[in-house]
Every structure is written in C-alpha cells, then in structure tokens.
Design a protein around this ligand. Sequence first.
Ligand code: SF4
Ligand code: SF4
Length: 105
Amino acid sequence: METPMAEKTWKDIETGFVVETPGGARAYRTGDWRSQKPVYDKERCVKCGVCYMFCPDAAIRIMEDGYVDVNEYYCKGCGICARECWTGAFTMVPLSGSEKKEAKK
Ligand code: SF4
Ligand code: SF4
C-alpha cells in the first residue's frame, strides 16, 4: 500500500521527481536531511526580512513582533539565511549526534 502523502519524508521522493502542485513540497519533511542548522541571535536582528525573502524553503516566518522564527520541520540547513543576513544574526552550526539520530528517524 502506498504511504499517505502526509506521512512521506524526503526519502520517499523519487529521483527526478518534480512537485507539480503549487505548495506540494509542504507534504515532505525536508528538515530531516540537514547536517547543520541556523542558530538565531535575536539581539543582532534588525527585522529587515531579508532572510525571509531568501529562504528557499519558506522555513522562516516573520512573527508579530517583527523578529523571525525558523521552522525546523522544513529548514534544510542550506545556510542561505546566514549568508544573506547582513547583521550576522544567523550562525550555522553542525547538528549534534542526537539531533542527527532524530533526523534519521
Ligand atoms: S536578515 Fe538578519 S537582520 Fe534581517 S530579519 Fe533576518 S535575521 Fe533579522
Ligand atoms: S538554513 Fe536554508 S532552509 Fe534553513 S532557514 Fe536558513 S535559508 Fe531557510
């Protein structure tokens, strides 16, 4: 029996697969393939929204107070937010051993 869409992980994606439905990638937990994660320093954030615009997975959302939050379910750890944030509010750090195990489940 085929795995229901909502339970699929990125490992269920076939090679060369293209998500044809707008928003279709939402069904895949892309955050579990990362080897590093962005750590956010709110003190350095000036609420410009640049990281929000550049994140390729829409994993960053802007909170009501203007600061940002990373959705670990979708964050692939690409590091673009850390590269584009001009105040250095994001630092990429390797996942710990337990975080890697959790991601492989
Ligand atoms: S790019 Fe940096 S300063 Fe701008 S909102 Fe994102 S974390 Fe804050
Ligand atoms: S590491 Fe990549 S996927 Fe994760 S929040 Fe930053 S830009 Fe988005």
